[in-house]
Design a protein. Structure first.
Length: 703
């Protein structure tokens, strides 16, 4: 055993064979001209009479004296070497067992197996590591090849091939050789972290390490049915993967990208589950829980590919790949020596299909992107899908269906954020519906605000009071229109009129009566400060509605369809143009609402099949809502003829006025009475513009 100058024994795994370590050490000293360098270093310690090189050789103290002749020392070393015999090609029973298991798992050639054993000895045997470092110092790749060939008794040409970047040791990530920098022998033989220790523990340790490095991906909480907006993409992806596995195709890579929380990873897990193919994951942290950098993760990836190549059915998941691919302009936060060619070969040679997942592709080099067989953008799920997820996660809580539908309108609400809020509120044990809904909203809004998202949408009038189609004062027969849409649900409808008259609520009610998903968008959802951002959002809106086969309702349409003749900026024109183009191509039901139809672009108005005017309530409609409002708030209607006559004198009432008073009553300690309800309606009318109550908003022009 090799000792340091303080006579403290180096830590050496018990599995390492000391005779093998001595043979290798003697070869370093005698056949690779390491003795002269060693004695020069040892001369600094000649006053330390207890300093010894190898315990088995037991050299006398005089051998380390500078003036002592070296021939006796060399003679003793050669005598020991002759007694031990040449290197037999094995490293001891335990290490050999681990090497054989790894070689069988990866398909290593005998010379690759022996190189891996040598690298393990040099790294794990402290004395041999120190001896190699003292004898040779830093070396380049050519010196490493010569030393390795001499130590193992193998031809240099074969060693060079085994250590090449195309060799299995490098491609598997087991052994990483820095071919540019000069390093000491132990550092030059850079083994994958933990591999040396595992090999020294035998086959069981290696098997356990591989299972920890290549874990099975968790099962998905979702199914493919939860991605109806990606139905066509998933169908193609599944066919590609099934064909690739059947044909054992190399270089099959799939990339899924999109904002956080859109279910990209869950989609990949659900796909593997539907195919009944085992899915494994590339780790992002080591066994101590410390994060791995991009280069380390790619080495684990390459090892996983080699292991899984021995299995007919296997998929590999590489999540959070943003820190793995070097940036095209050369800036890479991981500061790892990855090169473009190295990455390209990684994407071209993988024996098993890999599912790569990231949040965005802006920083990915086009050379990488063109090497993916399919690239899927996983956008925010349609509202119907979000509602289904919310129902699933809140199914054990006393929350109402209207509440779930309203929360589903928020496009930034991810399943992870919702689950965290549900867990927190569930722990409180409250079973009161209003309290649970209020607590959930409070927790969700605080998280969404911290993440830079808007708050949850407030309840619409139709969610506060029962929606009554007969209480909409429209200039079209809405029931007849509904029957026509049941036969052919393709139309472009513009609903216009004063605020609160039920324009947007009509779109939501129509979607429910047609049993179609609903997608509602407002100006705040679509307007972007970035150049071209609003146009992109408009295109995405129509694409989302088309994928979900949803009724698309665009509120505040005047924000996007203003008359182009009055535009002051170029982007105002391009927004109108984009919306018109998308309207023409959309093959579904599109409903817009506006309070300012006189400001809309004339060409845009021509593209609507119907323009429906929603006016203030007629007296009989107002009287129906008056009774509904009292019943809902716990009030009692007395003297009905008196109040009906007084209500008939009010002009300018809307369903929104009644909904406002119902919301306000929630803050009061007493139910509404006919008098307080009437007074409230009078006050709501007084707040409106005088001309709105005198002049109806009409649509008389011929377009």
């Amino acid at each position: 055993m090799i000792y340091d100058v303080t006579q403290t024994s180096f830590l050496v795994p018990a599995a390492l064979d000391e005779d093998t370590a001595t043979r290798l050490g003697l070869t370093l000293l005698l056949e690779l001209d390491g003795l002269s360098n060693f004695l020069e270093i040892a001369s600094h310690y000649r006053n330390n009479a207890t300093y010894r090189i190898l315990e088995l050789i037991r050299l006398g103290e005089e051998a380390l004296e500078l003036d002592a002749p070296q021939q006796p020392l060399i003679k003793q070393l050669r005598a020991t070497q002759a007694a031990l015999g040449p290197f037999p090609g094995s490293f001891g029973p335990v290490l050999d067992e681990g090497l054989r298991y790894l070689a069988d798992t990866l398909g290593l050639a005998p010379i690759e197996q022996r190189i891996l054993g040598l690298a393990t000895m040099v790294n794990a045997h402290g004395g041999l590591s120190a001896l190699a470092s003292k004898c040779f110092g830093e070396m380049d790749i050519h010196h490493l090849v010569r030393i390795t060939a001499t130590l193992l008794g193998e031809p240099e040409l074969q060693v060079r091939a085994a250590l090449s970047p195309q060799g299995l040791l490098a491609r598997s990530g087991l052994l990483s050789l820095d071919r540019k920098e000069r390093q000491e022998l132990p550092k030059k033989f850079a083994l994958l972290e933990g591999m040396a220790e595992a090999l020294c523990g035998g086959a069981e340790e290696v098997r356990g390490l591989l299972e920890r490095w290549i874990p099975s991906a968790p099962a998905s909480h979702l199914g493919l049915k939860d991605y109806p907006h990606l139905r066509a993409e998933i169908r193609l992806l599944r066919r590609l993967l099934e064909a690739g596995l059947r044909q054992q195709r190399r270089g099959l890579n799939i990339l899924a990208y999109g904002p956080p929380g859109t279910g990209k990873t869950e989609l990949m897990q659900a796909l593997a589950g539907a195919m009944a193919v085992p899915l494994y994951a590339v780790p992002n942290a080591d066994e101590a829980g410390d994060p791995l950098n991009g280069e380390q993760r790619l080495r684990y990836y390459r090892l996983a590919q080699m292991v899984l190549s021995q299995r007919e059915q296997a998929l590999l998941l590489f999540d959070e790949v943003e820190d793995v691919f070097p940036h095209p302009i050369g800036i890479h936060l991981g500061n790892t020596p990855l090169t473009k060619g190295w990455i390209n070969s990684t994407l071209e040679e993988n024996p098993r299909p890999t599912l790569w997942v990231c949040n965005g592709i802006d920083g990915l080099d086009p050379a990488y992107l063109r090497r993916f067989a399919q690239i899927i953008e996983v956008e925010v799920p349609p509202q119907a899908v979000r509602e289904r997820l919310i129902r699933t996660q809140t199914g054990h809580l006393p929350v109402s269906r209207p509440w779930q539908q309203r929360i589903a309108r928020h496009t930034g609400l991810s399943a992870a954020v919702l689950q965290q809020a549900v867990n927190s509120v569930s722990s409180l044990g409250d079973r009161r519906s209003e309290q649970v809904e209020a607590d959930l909203e409070r927790v969700l809004n605080s998280t969404l605000q911290a993440m830079g998202h808007p708050l949850l949408p407030r309840a619409r009038a139709s969610e506060v009071m029962p929606y009554r189609l007969q209480c909409l004062n429209a200039d079209q027969d809405l029931l007849a229109l509904e029957q026509g849409l049941r036969r052919d649900p393709r139309a472009r409808i513009c609903c216009y009129g004063p605020s609160g008259t039920g324009k947007s609520a009509y779109g939501a009610a129509l979607a429910e009566r047609l049993r179609r998903p609903l997608l509602v968008k407002r100006a705040s959802d679509l307007l972007s400060p970035l150049l071209g951002g609003t146009e992109m959002n408009l295109a995405r809106m129509f694409r989302e509605a088309d994928q979900a086969r949803a009724v698309l309702v665009l509120d505040e349409a005047d924000s996007f369809l203003r008359d182009r003749r009055e535009a002051r900026a170029h982007w105002e024109v391009t927004q109108v143009n984009e919306l018109l183009v998308q309207m023409e191509a959309f093959d579904g039901l599109f409903i817009v609402s506006t309070n300012l139809i006189e400001t809309l672009d004339r060409a845009a108005l021509r593209r609507f099949d119907l323009k429906i005017h929603f006016d203030y309530l007629r007296p009989e409609q107002a009287w129906t809502l008056f009774g509904d409002c009292l019943r809902q708030t716990g009030g009692r209607l007395t003297q009905p003829q008196h109040w009906q006559a007084r209500l008939a004198d009010l002009r300018g009432l809307t369903p929104g006025d009644f909904a406002t008073l119902v919301r306000a009553q929630r803050l009061a300690s007493r139910p509404l009475t006919p008098q307080t309800l009437y007074d409230g309606l009078v006050a709501e009318i007084a707040l409106k513009e005088p001309e709105q109550t005198r002049r109806p908003i009409g649509f008389a022009a011929n377009f």
